[in-house]
Write a protein that binds this ligand. Structure first.
Ligand code: ADP
Ligand code: GLC
Length: 495
């Protein structure tokens, strides 16, 4: 079965968040779980970041495929060529070379955070280009097109209109990684990207007179998935539906489901992670203490035994509830905890955390930036990971943390609710849970859960080790989620 995966980022080529981790890991997991019967291929833009990551790895090469596409935009056909990334040992990855669209410093926006004005055209080109080229590149018409997030949405709209004849039996799957990003553009642009007129109405891509690319994808998908079961329910309610709750509800239960993300345990393992100063595993945890010591030293902090190190690795956006953490910083002293924050994004939050680090330098260290290696050292060297997200479709950081023996303290929402098990202090200390949850995204809620965690850390080391152990031994691999996607592909193919 041929599965064309269309997305805007994937590790190790280009990444801004968890989407990249998922799109990078899923194809190999699909191959493994189907015993090679499923042949996925990933289609990505050839961003500058992709070119650089290939140039920096002597084993990788960009190879011409000879497949060129001419996408019919109103200003004339836009030409682009597909290259294949060769030498990574995984399922094929095809990248669309259109330097005028993709050769830029960042993936979606300029340095000031302003979205590139031609984003609609950049992703229309990717979606249309991938569909146009897939049959030649994959050795036959794809059995399934699997689009991710708003950047992939148009693929399904084109599939069900422009490619109706040639792809009559191709199944269409849309995965929502984050409903807060919908790809909204002025409605009149639809005339420029060869969108079939039938696609522009309230049942499909239209949203209050504008063009909504995620809605387009959902409208044309046979099945829409999102990245946890709880989030799949939440997004049908006004609180979490980002204006699409009614539309999602109307799709009916059978066409919207949640599949919790996995972890690429080949790449994320404390036993082999090269970014760590020492490796460790659940049965040989000594190395974790070294990671903690070195992390504190690297960050210019000191902590005695019994004083937990809290870590945060995050995009700085309203979603992540970091304002609650900022409000908590003055209480770190009373809690006897140290906090290490790595993240970037919202300028106000960056400023606020820098300022707090100046005021509370004994207890807080902040690094503003995107640093994947430091992120790993934080997952390994912290005792506790904070994730007070206001909403969280799945969340990967809490999974990485648990896998690295770091106990998550999270707001029980979305994927955090599905993946962090908190049966209460006594059961936790018996090893029956994996972290501490709070129900309301307020400073009081966060403080309450953190106090519970700190108390157990300080007063009940054996209980704490039981929590660490159950987090580390929990199955977070891609095996189960990949099988769920395979079931879905079988359901939608051949329609
Ligand atoms: P989201 O996709 O909403 O940002 P996830 O928890 O699913 O949240 O995934 C975030 C991914 O991005 C993880 O791999 C995380 O480690 C990584 N990440 C986030 N911020 C940074 C950062 N500042 N530096 C390095 N990695 C980061
Ligand atoms: C999004 C979500 C995050 C999820 C990731 C991968 O960025 O915010 O919760 O883990 O996608 O699916």
């Amino acid at each position: 079965m041929r599965v064309a995966i269309i997305a805007s980022e994937a590790v190790p080529w280009c990444k801004t968040g968890g989407l990249a981790d998922v799109v990078g890991a899923l194809p190999q997991a699909l191959v493994d779980q189907s015993a090679g019967k499923v042949a996925p291929a990933t289609f990505l833009p050839l961003y500058r970041q992709v070119r650089e990551s290939i140039a920096n790895d002597p084993q990788l090469q960009l190879v011409e495929t000879g497949v060129e596409v001419a996408v019919p935009f109103s200003l004339g056909p836009e030409r682009a060529r597909f290259f294949e990334v060769v030498g990574h040992g995984g399922p094929p990855v095809y990248v669309l070379d259109a330097p005028h669209r993709y050769d830029r410093p960042r993936l979606y926006d300029d340095e000031s955070g302003k979205a590139y004005p031609d984003n609609l055209y950049r992703y229309a080109l990717l979606c249309r280009g991938a569909l146009e080229a897939a049959t030649a590149l994959m050795g036959g018409v794809p059995d399934v097109v699997h689009a991710h997030d708003w950047q992939g949405g148009l693929a399904l709209a084109y599939l069900r209109t422009r490619y109706l004849q040639t792809h009559a039996h191709t199944g269409a799957v849309m995965t929502i990684h984050n409903l807060a990003y919908q790809g909204l553009f002025a409605g009149e642009h639809r005339h420029n990207i060869d969108l079939d007129p039938s696609a522009f109405n309230l049942e499909r891509a239209e949203y209050f007179g504008g063009l909504n690319l995620l809605k387009a994808g959902i409208a044309y998908a046979d099945v829409t998935t999102t990245v946890s079961e709880t989030y799949a329910q939440e997004i049908t309610t006004p609180d979490y539906g980002c204006g699409l709750d009614g539309f999602l509800q109307a799709r009916g239960a059978g066409r919207l489901c949640g599949i919790v993300n996995g972890v690429d345990t080949d790449v994320w393992s404390p036993a082999t992670d090269k970014a760590l100063p020492a490796n460790y595993s659940v049965d040989k945890v000594a190395g974790k203490a070294t990671c903690r010591q070195q992390l504190l030293a690297e960050m210019g902090l000191e902590a005695a035994e019994g004083e937990p190190v809290l870590g945060i690795v995050s995009r700085f956006t309203g979603q992540k509830g970091l304002d609650l953490v900022a409000d908590l910083v003055p209480h770190l002293h009373a809690l006897g905890a140290r906090l290490i924050v790595l993240g970037s994004g919202d300028a106000q939050l960056e400023h606020r955390f820098r300022y707090l680090a100046e005021c509370f330098g004994d207890h807080l260290a902040v690094r503003v930036g995107f640093d994947p290696k430091l992120a790993r050292r934080i997952f390994a060297g912290s005792d506790i990971l904070l994730m007070p997200s206001r909403f969280e479709p799945c969340g990967l950081n809490q999974l990485y943390a648990m896998h690295y023996g770091t106990v998550p303290v999270v707001h029980a929402v979305g994927g955090l609710r599905d993946t962090v098990l908190d049966p209460g202090d006594q059961a936790l200390a018996r090893g029956e849970g994996t972290g501490f949850c709070f129900e309301h995204p307020t400073v009081v809620g966060l403080h309450w859960a953190l106090e519970r965690a700190v108390k157990m850390y300080r007063q009940n080391p054996r209980g704490w080790q039981a929590v660490v152990r159950s987090g580390m031994t929990r199955d977070v691999s891609w095996a189960k989620p990949a099988r769920a996607y395979l079931d879905l592909y079988h359901r939608v193919r051949g329609r």
